[in-house]
Ligand binder design. Structure first.
Ligand SMILES: Cc1cc2nc3c(=O)[nH]c(=O)nc-3n(C[C@H](O)[C@H](O)[C@H](O)COP(=O)(O)OP(=O)(O)OC[C@H]3O[C@@H](n4cnc5c(N)ncnc54)[C@H](O)[C@@H]3O)c2cc1C
Length: 354
C-alpha cells in the first residue's frame, strides 16, 4: 500500500499533524520508535502567561483559543477527555512581585488571564507570606493517557508501527518516498530532539534542553491547583505530585546527564517549599527540542519536495502544536503559505552553507 503520508515520531508534533491529516481523510502511517518522548514527560500545562515576568506569551490569545477547540475535538475523536482545567497559582516572593502583577493587570490583554484577587492559601503545606496570584484559563493535557488512546486507535486501524527509521533504507524519487519498506507520497519527520540524527534535517539549529521532574507522594500536601514558585508543583491525583522541571541545555550537560544531581537539586528545592512529610517515588526526564528564536520548525526540505519536518515545540509544545499543525496542514494540502516565523526557510542560509 502507498500512503498519503508517513509520520515519523508520535510525540505532540506527530500526534497533532496525524490528527489533522486523519480527520481530513488522508491515509497515514505512523512510525514511532522507543526513545523516551519529551511529550510523555511533560506536565502538559497550557498557560498563556510568561510566569517569570507576567507578560503574554507569543500569539497567546490565538494559540490558546484554538488549542481549546483542538483538544475538545480530539477528545470527541478519541472518546476520552484529553484535558482538565487546572488554575495556576503563582507564589509571590516579595512585594515587588505583587506590584508587578497589578501593573500587568492594567494591560487589557493580560487582565483576562490574571486575577485581581490575591489568594491566601493554596495548600496547608506551604507558607506564602506574600500570597499568590491566580492565572486563569489554564489547564493540563493528560499527555500520556491521550497518546495511549490515540496509539490504540491507530493500531486498530493498522496505521501504527513501533520501530526506528533506518535512514539507509530511505529512498526518495519523483513519485514517492520509501522508508523501512513502506511507501508514501510524503514523509513528515516529527522526531523531537532526535532530529539531530536525521541526515536530511540536522542542519536546522535545534538546541536540546533536558528537563527532569520529581514524582512524590504526600497525604498532607492537599493541593488542587498547579502551584508555581521557583518550580511547578502539580497535583496528579491520588496524593501524587509532580515537582520541577529542571532546564539544562546541551552545553550544561556536555559530559552526560546526571540524574542523581537532578534529584538532589529538586529535593533541596522541595524541602524549602513544603513542610510536611512526603515520599519520593521517581525521577522522570526528557529532552526538549528547542530553537534559539523559540519558534517551531515547520516546512519542506530545501531540496526534496516529498520530505517535511515538524519540530521545535520544546517550549509550550502543548499550546503551540494545535495551531502549528493546523497551519502545516493548510500548507501541505491547500498550498497556504506558512507564517515566516515558523517556516524553516528562515534557516536556508545554513543549509546553503552545508
Ligand atoms: C520535563 C519537560 C516538561 C515539559 N513541560 C511542558 C508543559 O508543561 N507544557 C508544555 O506545553 N510543554 C512542556 N514541555 C515541552 C514539550 O511538551 C515537549 O518538548 C514537546 O512535547 C516535544 O514534542 P515532540 O513531538 O517534538 O518530541 P517527542 O515528544 O520527544 O517525540 C518524538 C518522537 O519521535 C520518535 N522518533 C525519533 N526519531 C525516530 C526515528 N528515527 N524513528 C522512529 N521514531 C523516532 C521518538 O521515539 C519519539 O516518540 C516539557 C518538556 C519537558 C522535557
Amino acid at each position: 500500500m502507498k500512503y498519503d503520508y508517513i509520520i515519523v515520531g508520535f510525540g505532540i508534533a506527530g500526534m497533532s499533524i496525524t490528527y489533522q491529516l486523519k480527520r481530513a481523510g488522508k491515509s497515514v502511517l505512523v512510525i514511532d520508535g522507543n526513545a523516551i518522548k519529551a511529550s510523555h514527560v511533560a506536565a502538559g500545562m497550557y498557560n498563556p502567561v510568561v510566569l517569570k515576568r507576567f507578560s503574554l506569551a507569543w500569539r497567546a490569545d490565538e494559540l490558546l483559543t484554538y488549542a481549546k477547540v483542538f483538544y475538545n475535538d480530539l477528545s470527541n475523536y478519541l472518546s476520552f477527555n484529553t484535558c482538565e482545567n487546572l488554575p495556576i497559582y503563582r507564589r509571590f516572593h516579595n512585594v515587588e512581585e505583587q506590584n508587578k502583577w497589578f501593573s500587568a493587570i492594567d494591560n487589557p490583554r493580560l487582565s483576562q488571564y490574571l486575577s485581581p484577587y490575591l489568594k491566601k492559601e493554596a495548600t496547608n503545606a506551604i507558607e506564602a507570606p506574600f500570597q499568590y496570584g491566580e492565572v486563569m484559563q489554564t489547564g493540563r493535557l493528560l499527555v500520556k493517557e491521550t497518546f495511549d488512546h490515540f496509539r490504540e486507535k491507530l493500531i486498530d486501524e493498522n496505521s501504527f508501527i513501533n520501530e526506528e527509521i533506518d535512514f539507509t533504507s530511505l529512498n526518495v524519487n519523483d513519485q514517492e518516498v520509501t522508508v523501512n519498506g513502506h511507501k508514501a507520497s510524503r514523509v513528515v519527520f516529527c522526531e523531537g530532539h532526535q532530529l539531530l540524527k536525521n541526515p536530511y534535517f540536522n542542519y536546522l539549529p535545534l538546541v536540546t534542553n533536558r528537563g527532569a521532574y520529581l514524582i512524590f507522594r504526600s497525604e498532607d500536601v492537599l493541593l488542587d491547583v498547579a502551584l508555581k514558585s521557583h518550580f511547578f508543583l502539580i497535583p496528579l491525583g491520588n496524593h501524587i505530585y509532580k515537582f520541577g522541571a529542571t532546564y539544562q541545555n546541551h552545553l550544561q550537560i556536555k559530559n552526560g546527564a546526571d540524574p542523581e544531581l537532578e534529584k538532589t537539586t529538586l529535593i533541596n528545592e522541595l524541602k524549602k517549599l513544603i513542610k510536611v512529610p512526603y515520599q519520593i517515588i521517581d525521577l522522570v526526564a526528557g529532552v526538549r527540542p528547542t530553537v534559539k528564536d523559540r519558534r517551531p520548525l515547520v516546512g519542506k526540505h530545501p531540496r526534496y519536495d516529498r520530505l517535511f519536518v515538524f519540530n521545535g515545540l520544546g517550549t509550550r509544545g502543548v499550546t503551540l502544536a494545535p495551531d502549528t499543525s493546523r497551519r502545516f496542514y493548510d500548507n501541505l494540502e491547500n498550498g497556504v503559505d506558512l507564517l515566516p516565523e515558523i517556516n524553516i526557510v528562515r534557516f536556508s542560509d545554513i543549509y546553503d552553507q552545508t
